[in-house]
Design a protein around this ligand. Structure first.
Ligand SMILES: NC(=O)c1ccc[n+]([C@@H]2O[C@H](COP(=O)([O-])OP(=O)(O)OC[C@H]3O[C@@H](n4cnc5c(N)ncnc54)[C@H](OP(=O)(O)O)[C@@H]3O)[C@@H](O)[C@H]2O)c1
Length: 305
């Protein structure tokens, strides 16, 4: 397992994260087994959000991690807030109360990392930054980041916040490549030249913001996995060939396609199968060649000139 040292912090993070969005589909003992399997594989970061399972995922995680005997200081707990039923809310009052709820459900005094989940169009960045300052001063949150934010949105918060935002959680996978598409088609008229992320990848790299790739195996927005899907037959063939070459399961190749990118991204695995989670971890540091990486990109239906 590869670990990422975050500049200016004591954080050393596994580049594979266990995503807890689907955890509430497991029983307590299954969740315990799943978390223990993650730790065994070298994962030390666990991604939550206050809305996952309406709070059930965080509560189940806390009970299961305790049953598995996982020491609090050996893991990095990350959660997100800002999405409410039908609207987004980055108001100070809401962020503070959301974090109190998260801490109660996770049964902990502090979060290692808090992310703002999805940009609130009505956010007052000074107010939002004020909430983050309060959480930092009270010791309830150690480090901060965002999710699904573009560079301007990050800079707006940082204008009023006394410290750097360290993470940006974004959808990125072989079937969702918007972060990189336009960068390879600059100044051309082909459709992929259209910049839909506001240069987010380059900005994050310039500012040492670690990108966390969500839904690494999903096509579309939770429409099912591309792995083994006939609609992605060419991609699966390419993945299977590389899986044989590197002697790993196909799922590890889909992970490796993300970890091979020099931005040093983290990959959030949302599977609820412990074996699949451990298989995915095998993609943490596979040294795909440049050609293999591009072959996969093209096999997914993308074009290079
Ligand atoms: N910031 C955001 O806006 C945002 C949005 C979405 C998710 N997230 C985070 O990202 C994490 C991962 O998201 P995700 O669960 O959508 O990602 P994912 O890992 O791409 O998808 C996992 C889902 O695909 C299923 N699956 C079916 N066949 C599979 C196969 N062959 N290999 C792998 N998976 C297969 C899994 O089923 P099984 O359980 O049966 O394996 C599971 O339901 C979440 O847990 C959450 O922490 C963040």
């Amino acid at each position: 397992m590869k670990y990422i040292k975050m500049k200016g912090t004591s954080l050393e993070l596994s580049n594979i994260i266990m995503g807890c969005m689907r955890l509430n589909s497991l029983s307590l003992s299954e969740a315990e087994h799943h978390i223990a399997a993650a730790v065994d594989a070298g994962i030390n970061v666990f991604d939550h959000a206050d809305i996952y399972g309406g709070g059930e995922c965080e509560a189940l995680f806390a009970r299961a991690a305790a049953d598995a005997g996982i020491a609090r200081d050996k893991i990095i707990l990350q959660s997100k807030c800002g999405i409410r039923k039908g609207y987004y809310d980055f108001s100070k009052e809401y962020i503070i109360s959301a974090v109190d709820g998260i801490l109660t459900r996770l049964n902990t005094d502090y979060l290692d990392i808090l992310l703002l989940h999805r940009p609130d169009a009505l956010a007052d960045p000074e107010e939002t930054a004020g909430a983050l300052e309060m959480l930092k001063k009270s010791g309830k949150v150690r480090y901060f980041g965002v999710s699904n934010h573009n560079p301007g949105q990050i800079r707006l918060i940082e204008k009023y916040f006394g410290e750097k935002l360290l993470f940006n959680q974004l959808q990125f996978s072989l079937a969702h490549t918007l972060l990189i598409d336009s960068g390879m088609a600059v100044n051309t008229g082909i459709p992929q030249a259209e910049e839909r992320t506001g240069g987010t990848l380059e900005y994050c790299r310039l500012k040492d913001i670690t990108i966390q790739a969500w839904s690494p195996f999903q096509k579309g927005f939770f429409e099912g996995t591309f792995l083994g899907d006939q609609q992605y037959a060419g991609l699966n063939e390419e993945i299977d060939n590389l899986a044989k070459k590197y002697d790993v399961p196909p799922v590890a190749i889909a992970v490796a396609w993300i970890t091979r990118h020099p931005a040093n991204m983290q990959v959030i695995l949302g599977t609820t199968k412990a074996a699949r989670l451990q298989e995915g971890c095998r993609g943490s540091e596979i040294p795909l060649t440049r050609k293999e990486w591009y072959d996969l990109y093209r096999a997914a239906g993308n074009r290079i000139l």
